[in-house]
Design a protein around this ligand. Structure first.
Ligand code: UDP
Ligand code: MG
Length: 136
């Protein structure tokens, strides 16, 4: 049975800065994802703080929000069968050092903070995150 889902993906500032936007989009398309919405934006730190609210008690929260708002990002809605999980698999582990061969973070990630891409971690969070960036 098919289970078409949508998930939120972000190409983070370190990857946009290195002009990896098109390469990373090709990887998504080659892996069967449709990019149904996309925009290139730069967000305020205050917006990053809302987006990453689940991490507000973590020691890396301040740097994380400063980083996500430090330069242009590409925000996309990806669609595919089981998109949330499939995207997490394609992204690889949070720390690029732990990411498997063939994953986006293994290929492009610089460090645990500059790990090139974001992806929603559950269907519920995907809905919240898509709504955050693409309110109709
Ligand atoms: N992060 C960090 N230091 C850490 C853990 C996470 O800078 O020790 C950053 C990293 O950019 C990560 C983001 O915080 O992508 C969100 O963390 P999460 O645990 O949700 O990882 P993800 O879902 O992105 O794999
Ligand atoms: Mg996460």
């Amino acid at each position: 049975m098919s289970n078409i889902e949508q998930t939120l993906s972000i190409i983070k500032p370190d990857a946009v800065e290195r002009n990896l936007e098109n390469e990373i989009k090709e990887i998504f398309k080659n892996n069967g994802f449709s990019i149904v919405k996309e925009k290139k934006i730069q967000i305020e730190k205050s917006e990053a703080e809302i987006f990453y609210k689940v991490h507000e008690t973590k020691p890396f929260f301040n740097e994380l929000c400063a980083y996500l708002s430090s330069g242009p990002i590409v925000v996309m809605v990806l669609e595919k069968d089981n998109a949330v999980l499939r995207n997490r698999e394609l992204m690889g582990a949070t720390n690029p050092k732990d990411a498997e061969e063939g994953t986006i973070r293994k290929k492009y990630g610089i460090s645990i903070d500059k790990n090139s891409v974001h992806g929603s971690d559950s269907v519920d969070n995907a809905k919240i995150e898509i709504n955050f960036f693409f309110k109709d």
